[in-house]
Design a protein around this ligand. Structure first.
Ligand SMILES: NC(=O)c1ccc[n+]([C@@H]2O[C@H](COP(=O)([O-])OP(=O)(O)OC[C@H]3O[C@@H](n4cnc5c(N)ncnc54)[C@H](OP(=O)(O)O)[C@@H]3O)[C@@H](O)[C@H]2O)c1
Length: 238
C-alpha cells in the first residue's frame, strides 16, 4: 500500500508508522518535528519512507504538501489523519490552537483526501478522532467539540460514499486512553493502552475497512454508556 500518515512523530501515529514500515508499506510520514520522523526512516532502511515537514494548522501549505506526497508516492491508497492536540483547562490561545489543528486542519486534509480518492476511483481515508467525540467535558470542552466535529464530518463523508462513491472508504478511529506524550499529564485515566497495542488494533480496523473503531475494543462499552447517560451523570466524570 502507498500511505500518507499525518502526525507520525510520537505516540499513536509513530507506532502506526512503525508497524506499517515493518510490513514494508511505502509511506510519506509527516509532522512538525522532522528529526523524529527521520529516526523512523533510519530504523527501517529497507522500506521506502519519505519525510515531509507539515504543520496542519497552516492549511494551504498542508494541502500543497499533500500534492507533494502524491507525487513522491505516485498515487496514494490510504491517508491517515492522526495529528491532533489536547489540553486540560486550556488558555484562550490553546483553545484556538485546538480548533485550528483538530477541526480546521483536519477539514483541509480530509477534503483534499476525499476529493483525491473520488478522482482516482477509490481509496481509504482514516481520521483519528476520539471516544471524546461522544460527550462534552468540563476540563476540555474545545477538545471534545473538535473530536465531535471530526466524527460527524467522517460520518457525512461515509454517507456521500454510500450515495455516490462506493469505493471511497472512511474509517473513524476513536481511541479511549492511550499512554502517549499527550496524556502524560492526565489524571484519572483507566484501561490505558500502550501506543503499540493501540496501533495494532488500528491497523486491524483499517484492514477490515471498519466505519468506526474503538481503540482498544473494550471502550465500546464506555461508548454505549456515553450515548445513553444524561449530562448530569457525565459531568461527574468528564
Ligand atoms: N492518547 C490518547 O489517549 C488519545 C485518545 C483519543 C484520541 N487521541 C488522538 O490521537 C491522536 C494522536 O495523539 P497522541 O495521543 O498519539 O499524541 P501525541 O503523541 O502528542 O501525537 C500528536 C501527533 O500530532 C502531531 N501534531 C500536533 N500538532 C500538529 C500540527 N500543528 N501539525 C502537524 N502535526 C501536528 C504531532 O507531531 P508534531 O508535534 O511533531 O507536529 C504528533 O505526531 C490525536 O489526534 C489525539 O487527539 C489520543
Amino acid at each position: 500500500m502507498k500511505i500518507v500518515l499525518i502526525g507520525a512523530t510520537t505516540g499513536i501515529g509513530r507506532s502506526v508508522a512503525e508497524l506499517y514500515a515493518a510490513q514494508g508499506h511505502e509511506m510519506v510520514i509527516t509532522g512538525r518535528r522532522i528529526a523524529l520522523l527521520e529516526e523512523i526512516q533510519k530504523a527501517f532502511p529497507t522500506t521506502k519512507i519519505s519525510v515531509l515537514e507539515m504543520d496542519v494548522a497552516k492549511t494551504d501549505e498542508a494541502r500543497a504538501k499533500m500534492d507533494e506526497a502524491e507525487k513522491i508516492l505516485n498515487g496514494i491508497d490510504l491517508v491517515i489523519i492522526n495529528a491532533g492536540v489536547g489540553f486540560q483547562k486550556a488558555t484562550y490561545e490553546q483553545e484556538m490552537n485546538t480548533v485550528d489543528i483538530n477541526a480546521r486542519g483536519f477539514t483541509a486534509l480530509a477534503q483534499w483526501s476525499y476529493k483525491y480518492f473520488v478522482q482516482k476511483g477509490g481509496g481509504h481515508l482514516v481520521g483519528v478522532s476520539s471516544l471524546a467525540s461522544l460527550t462534552g467535558s468540563a476540563y476540555s470542552p474545545e477538545y471534545h467539540a473538535t473530536k465531535a466535529f471530526m466524527a460527524n464530518y467522517m460520518s457525512g463523508l461515509r454517507m456521500r460514499s454510500a450515495k455516490y462513491n462506493p469505493k471511497v472508504y472512511v474509517t473513524d478511529i476513536r481511541p479511549g486512553y492511550v499512554d502517549t506524550p499527550m496524556t502524560k499529564q492526565n489524571k484519572g485515566m483507566f484501561w490505558v493502552a500502550t501506543s503499540e497495542k493501540a496501533a495494532r488494533q488500528i491497523i486491524e480496523a483499517i484492514a477490515a475497512k471498519k466505519k468506526v473503531a474503538y481503540i482498544t475494543k473494550r471502550y465500546q462499552i464506555i461508548a454505549f454508556l456515553l450515548k445513553i447517560l444524561p449530562e448530569s451523570i457525565l459531568a461527574k466524570v468528564f
